[in-house]
Design a protein around this ligand. Structure first.
Ligand SMILES: Cc1cc2nc3c(=O)[nH]c(=O)nc-3n(C[C@H](O)[C@H](O)[C@H](O)COP(=O)(O)O)c2cc1C
Length: 193
């Protein structure tokens, strides 16, 4: 197969997967509200265990609230995360804890399904954003307690992640290293370590 032919066969979805990067430099300018909505619609349509849809997405786009939130969330040992404060929007991902599927998953199966659900929904946001030319970054390194406090989040919700959303000022030059296909995939079993 010629290189040209191979390139032509990369689908639009594969381009999104390959083009997506965690962005840590944002332009402060606004994002078209329809695009923001499309990202959250993508999350709303995500699959979830027992269709529990345990998520709530808090979109923080009010500049004053965003300042208070990011100052609190990214202080002290979390100050390396301050880059996200420049994005015009911060999405806070919350999981509702009182769903039956969560309890069954965690207790009987040993897998907290609601965290799986949140990961899937969050990644729908990320991939939709990428298709629309927007930039995101999953964030787990922030002060969860302070985020709860600033947004007055009820105890029935667990703060799972934060995600800046905006336009990239700069995309990283270097590709993050990825394990090879053979390192991560085995067919019909797995070798012992
Ligand atoms: C659950 C999760 C939490 C993450 N938390 C942070 C974070 O707090 N700060 C950060 O800069 N990147 C964070 N990242 C981004 C990863 O560092 C990034 O996905 C990884 O280095 C691969 O780079 P890429 O996303 O550009 O492919 C997080 C990613 C995930 C999935």
């Amino acid at each position: 197969m010629t290189e040209e032919r191979a390139a032509a066969e990369v689908t639009a979805f594969q381009k999104i997967l390959r083009g997506r990067r965690s962005i840590r430099r944002y332009l402060p300018g606004p994002v078209d509200p329809d695009k923001v909505r499309a990202c959250l619609e993508a999350a709303r349509l995500a699959p979830s265990a027992h269709n529990a849809q345990p998520w709530r997405f808090v979109v923080v786009d009010d500049p004053e609230l965003k300042d208070r939130l990011t100052s609190a969330a990214f202080s002290g040992i979390y100050s390396g995360s301050k880059f996200a404060a420049l994005a015009p929007i911060i999405i806070v991902l919350l999981a509702r804890l009182d769903r039956v599927a969560n309890r069954i998953g965690a207790r009987l199966q040993g897998v907290p399904f609601h965290f799986l659900d949140m990961g899937i929904a969050g990644e729908h946001i990320v991939l939709q954003a990428e298709e629309l030319g927007l930039a995101t970054c999953w964030m787990g390194w922030f002060n969860y307690r302070k985020v709860r406090k600033v947004l007055d989040i009820p105890r029935t919700y667990k703060v799972v992640a934060m995600m800046p959303l905006g336009y990239a000022e700069k995309r990283p030059n270097r590709e993050p290293p990825r394990k090879t296909f053979e390192e991560v995939v085995t067919f019909n079993g797995i070798e012992r370590d």
